[in-house]
Design a protein. Sequence first.
Length: 463
Amino acid sequence: MPADPARQLTLNLNLIPGGVFPGAWRDGGSAAGSGRRFSEIEHYIEVARIAERGKLDAVFLADTPVWRYRGAYRPFRGLEPTVALTAVAAATERIGLVATASTSYNDPYNLARRISTLDHVSGGRAAWNIVATTGDDVARNFNRSTALDHEDRYRRAEEFLQVAFKLWDSWEEDAFPGDRGTGVFVDEGRIHRIGHVGEHFQVDGPLNLPRSPQGRPVLVQAGSSERGIGLASRYADAVYTVQPTLEGAQAFRRKVRERAAGFGRDPELVKVLPGLITVVGDTETAAKARRRELADLHDRTFALNALALQVGVPAEALELDRELPWELVPEDGALGSQQGHFAALVGTARRERLTVREILDRQGGGLTHVTAVGAPEQIADRIEEWFRAGASDGFNVMPAQLPSVAEDFVDGVVPILVRRGLFRSEYPGTTLRETYGLPRPEVQRPTTADDRVLSSLGGGPFA
């Protein structure tokens, strides 16, 4: 069956320092010098340039504003995403830049300004990955002893988005003439205060910089709870998800699209992008051997602690040659923002009756995300299978090792996808909205000065 020329893959690359396999940074085959380089900006720039060479849509930088013991055995993500991606923007030309930032521990004005600044600096390539952060350890870094509960986090996130949209739309398109002849630098009649008063925020506005090159930055969201899926379906242009099986991914994509349509949105404009772990080799045998080599670099102490954290049980309760202690594993959804990973990991372990040792042997290699290990043709086959089956609109590609496996993917897999008519050979324009095939949003004005209601994006962000 020939590919639909109107529908092509979206491929983002996840900037996990060193790669998704936790021990990959220890391998010296693809990078000279100290392992510390994987937390330096040059590493991010190098990987982004590789992704741009393959005409990938965007690079994605996750973030958690807390130090956890996971960092003892693998490279950590310590660089603040909007700042780090500003440096990446200066070193690239077309690749999109997806910065993670929390609605739980930011104020709307400052964050709307930072994301808009990234859009200006990059010439229209910015996206905001919206997260409603949980975890008491994070809360203690922000003047709280405990995190907001689930409902409070999502009510705050909804209102946060309301304020951000109002701020981004507080400048009309032609409010910044910069006309030397008339001497009018800005037209203040086309700049509007927002006068927002809500449950969580009071923001007068307007924003102190013009409408961004994309009109508004692209929005990305990754919630897996019912509230998270609702937020993503209503507002996000791209939805990240954890889906280890094709059937589960098909059901998730149907749910997101149906809910988006219910909000008056065109579901064709909402991209569902599961994570895809890749290990590419000249042959399947070589790729599997490479996967084993990288897995063997995974420190056992780190692996046990990380697994315990993922499933919400004490590390000392895990026995290598027994299944998970099911009586201690919390109910699905109890781990908040980690729910997608939790559900996928626990579901696979229960379904396949895996021992802790078997789980550890597969950690980093596909227990929660779909995985493609093989020659370039085999990787392309797996991508095409999911795409044609309606399980995804593309993928958030997570190479086992960076930068080497990213290079293997770009140089080996992407040309096959291009030949099959599934992926572009050139960027269609200069902005991320053009790359994603998204229309430029019109400026939306509130119907009253004290408007507090955010409608679906299908009719603009104001009721």
